[in-house]
Design a protein around this ligand. Structure first.
Ligand SMILES: CC(C)(COP(=O)(O)OP(=O)(O)OC[C@H]1O[C@@H](n2cnc3c(N)ncnc32)[C@H](O)[C@@H]1OP(=O)(O)O)[C@@H](O)C(=O)NCCC(=O)NCCS
Length: 174
């Protein structure tokens, strides 16, 4: 198995990392995953989405990228609440592993690293949501995330069908 590295990226992300992240997003959409976009997303549209995320996110945001010898294979991000009365809270978003690298523990490693970074930055409450029945749900439950409930028809799958969305939270101990 190829060694995997996980690192934090942001404003100074290289053009090849932006391309790798865009390819991840396109691959996830093509795999049918509900990651905000509909079928037909192009690599250049995906790059246009990533650039401001990388350059304009809050200073407390954490964006992680996982790589193997062939390039970018995964990502996840922590987006702090904007609200002044929620300095302790952040959302976890865009957990994606490329189809060529799935089932090797990359998502689990990304989530551990993200939770560690969140804890170190003083966050004590994390939230996320995912389409009901996705593989990711098993991962979240196995890592101690607590299911809040579900909202029917919250978002569209890439093919335009409705997806029920499940909300989870996790309190981080010290
Ligand atoms: C969900 C996703 C991130 C998992 O990535 P991954 O690197 O393959 O996951 P891991 O190998 O770290 O597996 C972690 C756990 O997730 C669950 N899981 C992941 N893929 C699974 C599958 N195909 N079938 C069943 N369980 C699965 C298992 O519980 C697994 O633990 P185990 O290997 O000990 O059984 C990846 O499939 C993906 O990018 N999907 C498309 C985007 C997406 O749905 N993101 C989540 C949006 S909230």
């Amino acid at each position: 198995m190829q060694p995997i590295t996980i690192e934090r990226i942001g404003n100074g992300a290289s053009a090849s990392d932006v391309r790798g992240l865009a390819q991840l997003l396109v691959d996830a959409v093509e795999s049918g995953a509900g990651v905000s976009f509909l079928a037909g997303l192009t690599e250049s549209e995906a790059e246009a989405w990533w650039r401001p995320v990388l350059s304009s996110s809050s200073e407390r945001a954490v964006i992680l990228i996982a790589r193997d010898a062939e390039g970018v294979i995964g990502t996840v991000q922590l987006q702090p609440s904007w609200a002044p009365n929620q300095p302790h809270r952040a959302d976890v978003a865009k957990l994606i592993v490329h189809r060529r690298a799935r089932r090797r523990g990359v998502a689990r490693a990304l989530m551990y690293s993200l939770e560690e970074a969140a804890r170190a930055a003083g966050f004590t409450l994390l939230l996320l949501d995912t389409c009901k029945g996705y593989d990711a749900e098993r991962l979240y439950v196995s890592m101690g995330w607590v299911r809040v409930g579900e909202v029917p028809g919250f978002a569209l799958n890439p093919d335009g069908t409705l997806c029920d969305t499940v909300f989870y939270y996790k309190q981080l101990g010290s």
